[in-house]
Ligand binder design. Structure first.
Ligand code: FBP
Length: 349
């Protein structure tokens, strides 16, 4: 049998090398590549991201089997610091994030939507200079109906000793974030992150049990046809937001998409463009979404991809938190679409 021409052989080898290299680009390796350093700090951040990936794998496994297991779905009967009824998956996922950081020397403090005060891992303090802020299950209303869900995370450096446990150093702007991202539990499980050097996505390969690089330096389109908002709140909004929604209703080229899980809606918008809104309402002008572990991490990701995130009056990343569970109106997505919403808020059209 005739030998393949050298160039074809070389080409085939190159393709094979590339595929192998891609299959070996795990999250922890990618973080080191991004930092172009093997310093202790770089190793720490790489190890930290790897533990977040482990949390994602554990939660994805639980969700994929939830329908076959007893006592995994449904409510606990408790109400959390947000005044919301707690789902069993919320508690499980919250505990998973704590457990993966035990005996790590990395994260001294964890703050989440499910805990009134930050949780301290004594064996990691004070050596662990990082704080993890997270929403263990985003889209909780979807847990019992097998619809897509997310986890949102943000990493900050601990400033000062925080001896009184009030975590006052966390009440700073979103610009203090060192890294942020989300895990999307959909048909496949994906992890999207930034350390301030672009936005990169990974897909969990169940056969390897590894998050493998899928796309690097993702750029959000300038504009998209999608608008994502819960129109059921229409009469609770102030006039400018109502006017914006009337505008998209009468303007060709817009399509509504709202999954009930912000992470899923934001992921679609990151890839296809558009805008997601959770505005304030007349009864709750600050809206529903939490600043430190929902809006600020997603704002960091979307800004790094060339998009924008605003309260309607200022960039989300400029907002200095006044309390740990502070809420904020959120308008996030493609720059042109966010600017359109802003134009209604700031000058009524
Ligand atoms: P949870 O973190 O408690 O799930 O709240 C956030 C969220 O579920 C978002 O994911 C979603 O976009 C929004 O709230 C849905 O809220 P609503 O049902 O009021 O539209």
């Amino acid at each position: 049998m005739a030998r393949a021409p050298e160039s074809l052989e070389l080409n085939t080898n190159e393709v094979a090398d590339k595929a192998l290299d891609r299959d070996c680009t795990t999250l922890s390796r990618h973080v080191l590549q991004q930092l172009q350093s093997f310093s202790p700090q770089a190793q720490d951040l790489s190890a930290l991201m790897n533990r977040i990936a482990l949390a994602g794998k554990l939660i994805a496994r639980r969700l994929s089997r939830a329908g076959l297991m007893e006592g995994v779905l449904g409510f606990t009967g408790e109400v959390n610091v947000q005044g919301e009824s707690v789902k069993k998956m919320d508690v499980y996922a919250n505990d998973v994030f704590i457990s993966v950081f035990k005996q790590s020397g990395l994260v001294c403090r964890l703050a989440s939507e499910e805990m009134e005060k930050p949780y301290y891992i004594p064996e990691n303090c004070p050596i662990g200079r990082y704080t993890l802020l997270y929403d263990p299950i985003d889209g909780s209303s979807n847990t019992d109906t097998n619809l897509s869900l997310g986890s949102i995370f943000s990493i900050r450096q601990q400033e000062g000793s925080d001896l009184n446990g009030e975590a006052a150093d966390l009440l700073a702007s979103g610009r203090q974030q060192i890294a942020a991202g989300y895990i999307l539990y959909g048909p496949s499980t994906m992890l999207v992150y930034t350390i301030g050097r672009g936005v990169h996505s990974f897909t969990l390969d169940p056969s390897l049990g590894e998050f493998i690089l899928t796309e690097e330096n993702i750029r959000i389109p300038d504009h998209g046809s999608v608008y994502s908002v819960n129109e059921g709140n229409f009469w609770q909004w102030d006039e400018p937001i109502r006017e914006y929604v009337r505008y998209v209703h009468r303007t060709e080229g817009y399509t509504a998409r709202y999954s009930g899980a912000m992470v899923s809606d934001i992921h679609r918008i990151l890839l296809q463009g558009g805008v997601f809104l959770y505005p304030g309402t007349l009864p709750k002008p600050e809206g529903k979404l939490r600043l430190l572990y929902e809006s600020a991490p997603l704002a960091f990701v979307i800004e790094q991809a060339g998009g924008r995130a605003t309260t309607g009056h200022m960039d989300i990343l400029e907002v200095v938190a006044k309390k740990l569970h502070q809420r904020t109106p959120l308008i996030i997505g493609s720059p042109k679409d966010v600017a359109k919403v802003e134009s209604f808020i700031q000058n009524g059209h």
